[in-house]
Ligand binder design. Structure first.
Ligand code: NAD
Length: 454
């Protein structure tokens, strides 16, 4: 190991930990160990693999409080959110464990013999995770990958390695074989790139920015390496005049403010039918102003700091002085604080309305009718998530089908459930995570024909 990663508490700017950064040589050594561990794991009885993953889930469950505290310290997440995130790791492990003994191939009718398919593990999987949801996103890759018979090398983001390191320890405590799940904190362009490049890594699961995702896709192309990409979003929240406006306005603030807006599913484009615009704003503005921003350890806090000074500078750069804004409050002093912010009267093609800000900032844009709403919703290179609010069930279905995004919700902002598929259209990603097919994404289909005529 060389080099070191300094982990800062984003609420105080204090150093929480210094973690050695993995080198390319460390990645090489980890792949050798993972390859050996994977062979043994894949050969184990499915029931035993399932049992070990359930035990891993149970050990995580016993450490929810500890994992949540780590997440608050290294990522500035509110304590309530951090507990949910640790619970999500447990749930994804449990759900994936349930798939181990159901990962069946098929028997396909053919002439002169029997045709069967096998879903075989890929081998060693590289999971490259971002800092915005360090624990859940790591679990969405590692849990189904292990369940399908693979080994995993997880590279957490530079700023948030601590929960990942702890999860690897808990896996060992649960009895998972050594080296089956390895965590290598390190820099993206060193350890991340080494995983992408390594011929012994069969698939990369990447969550992060579209910019880095495109680069990784190009690097994977050289080896035709399997790849899942979960990238950015600029998600619409479409409010029709026939909606329950009180409910839509009450739900809108946290749909873009949760996790301080550092959420690829954040509903940061609030599209409101013009005939209801004034009434909706009367309801929305006070709802945004009263959001509680402050100490993430306080149970009442709804919004913590941004992850880093770089992220704070990035968010500031989008909200320029010429824009009309409504702001909530944020603490003064140390920490990477930015207030909840609504931007109105902006052109739909402005940077703040089209680019992923990844902070507590939403634009509000009026639309005329259903056609106009769909046009505006789709006027983005992204297609991850979106919401629509209406009492008209026909419209709900028409608009859900017309919006080009992977995860839509009607009269709700829910995007992520471990039992349903998650992923993006267009430049929001490639492939899906979670849901009923999550294990299949970590297998190769082998077809075998056996002649009955010989
Ligand atoms: P990032 O792209 O900078 O980094 C993500 C990860 O990739 C980190 O672990 C980083 O070290 C690594 N990395 C960076 N350069 C690399 C390289 N050349 N080769 C290999 N790995 C490399 O993103 P971030 O700043 O950590 O996360 C924020 C972004 O992630 C946002 O744009 C957000 O929308 C996106 N995101 C998407 C989803 C989704 O599911 N679609 C979920 C969370 C975050």
């Amino acid at each position: 190991m060389s080099d070191a990663l300094e982990v800062l508490n984003p609420a105080t700017e204090e150093i929480v930990a210094v973690v050695p950064a993995a080198t390319r040589g460390d990645v090489d050594a980890a792949v050798v160990r993972a390859t050996a561990a994977q062979r043994v794991w894949a050969a184990a009885a499915p029931a035993d693999r399932a049992r070990l993953l359930r035990r891993f889930a149970a050990v995580v469950d016993g450490h929810i409080g500890e994992l949540a505290l780590l997440e608050v310290r290294e990522a500035g997440h509110t304590i309530g959110n951090a507990r949910w995130e640790a619970g999500n790791v447990r749930d994804v492990l449990d759900f994936s464990a349930g798939g181990v003994e159901r990962l069946s191939g098929r028997q396909i009718p053919v002439a002169d013999g029997i045709d069967i398919t096998f879903l075989e593990p890929l081998g060693v999987i590289g999971v490259i995770a971002p800092w915005n949801f360090p624990m859940p996103i790591a679990a969405w890759g590692l849990a189904p990958a292990l369940a399908a018979g693979n080994a995993v090398i997880l590279k957490p983001a530079e700023t948030t390695p601590l929960t990942a390191l702890r999860l690897a320890e808990l896996a060992l405590e649960a009895g998972l074989p050594e080296h089956l799940l390895q965590v290598l904190p390190g820099r993206g362009d060193v350890a991340g790139d080494a995983l992408v490049e390594h011929p012994g890594v069969a698939k990369i699961v990447f969550t992060g920015s579209t910019r880095v995702g495109k680069r990784i896709m190009a690097r994977c192309a050289d080896r035709v390496k399997r790849l899942t990409l979960e990238l950015g979003g600029k998600n619409p929240n479409i409010v029709f005049a026939d909606a329950d406006l009180e409910a839509a306005a009450a739900a809108a603030p946290m749909s873009f403010l949760d996790n301080t807006g550092q959420d690829c599913c954040a509903r940061t484009r609030i599209l409101v039918q013009r005939s209801a615009y004034d009434r909706f704003m009367e309801l929305l503005v006070p709802a945004v102003e009263k959001v509680v921003v402050g100490d993430p350890f306080d149970e009442n806090t709804q919004l913590g700091p941004l992850i880093s000074r770089a992220q704070l500078d990035r968010v500031r750069s989008y909200v320029t002085d010429d824009l009309t804004v409504v702001r909530g409050t944020a603490p003064e002093g140390p920490g990477f604080w930015y207030p909840p912010t609504l931007v109105t009267g902006v052109d739909p093609t402005a940077a703040v309305a089209t680019e992923e800000v990844f902070g507590p900032v939403a634009v509000v844009l009026p639309f005329e009718d259903e056609e106009d709403a769909v046009r505006l919703a789709n006027a983005t290179e992204y297609g991850l998530a979106g919401s629509l609010w209406t009492r008209d069930v026909g419209r709900a279905l028409r608009v859900s089908r017309a919006v080009a995004a992977g995860n839509l919700s009607v009269n709700s902002h829910s995007s992520v459930r471990y039992s349903t598929p998650f992923g993006g259209y267009k430049q929001s990603g490639l492939g899906r995570e979670l849901g009923p097919d999550s294990l299949t994404a970590f297998t190769e289909t082998k077809n075998v024909f056996i002649s009955t005529e010989a």
